[in-house]
Design a protein around this ligand. Structure first.
Ligand SMILES: Cc1cc2nc3c(=O)[nH]c(=O)nc-3n(C[C@H](O)[C@H](O)[C@H](O)COP(=O)(O)O)c2cc1C
Length: 192
């Protein structure tokens, strides 16, 4: 009988929150373009559970464009303080507008204005240009709530596989691989 990978993830994440010096929710997100060429960057996990792992971003960014053409991703947590990694692979979908609105509303006003001001991943002529755009957005929304930009939202990676890697002496590491099967998970080991 396989263990529940989400319960195991919760246990590891709680330990990482207690021991990591910063951003225990930081994860590498790998995407690929329509030709299969990969790219990777760090994003913050803002929700997780049996439905998947959620991060927020600009949908017109490089990662957003790549996910629009190829809605599959890999995630990687590396918790150095614990000498552990978790690898997740799965298909990607947008979170609901309600979920994205609720998260956007919880962000600081400055972050909300930044989401409007930043054409994330696009070429920027100078820092001054960005600061000018930020100032324009600040003036535009003065005295009002800042709504979520239509191009800013959340993506959920629904895992098909989750691997838990634990450092062991002499590089005899432990790898537990969970694979989604009808209505549940299979569990097996991999050579390190
Ligand atoms: C610790 C850390 C957390 C980050 N969190 C996010 C995030 O949650 N969302 C995001 O869009 N970018 C985040 N970034 C910036 C991304 O790494 C990246 O620079 C940006 O999203 C543009 O990536 P792209 O051009 O591949 O789309 C974070 C960077 C770091 C170092």
């Amino acid at each position: 009988m396989a263990s529940d990978p989400f319960q195991l993830f919760d246990e590891w994440f709680a330990e990482a929150q207690a021991s990591e010096p910063s951003d225990p929710n930081a994860m590498a997100l790998a995407t690929a373009d329509a030709d299969g060429r990969p790219s990777v960057r760090i994003v913050l996990m803002k929700a997780h559970g049996p439905d998947g792992f959620v991060f927020y971003t600009n949908q017109r960014s490089r990662k957003g464009e790549e996910l629009a053409h190829n809605p599959h991703a890999a995630l990687l947590f590396h918790w150095k303080s614990l000498r552990r990694q978790v690898r997740i692979e799965g298909s990607v979908s947008l979170v609901s507008c309600e979920e994205a609105d609720a998260y956007f509303a919880s962000r600081s006003r400055d972050s909300q204005l930044g989401a409007w001001a930043s054409n994330q991943s696009w070429s920027l002529a100078s820092r001054a240009e960005f600061e000018k755009r930020y100032g324009e957005m600040k003036a535009k929304f003065e005295g009002n709530d800042v709504p979520r930009p239509p191009h800013w939202g959340g993506f959920r990676v629904a895992p098909e596989t989750i691997e838990f890697w634990t450092d062991r002496p002499h590089r005899l590491h432990e790898r537990r691989l969970f694979k989604r099967i009808d209505g549940g998970w299979s569990e097996g080991l991999l050579y390190p």
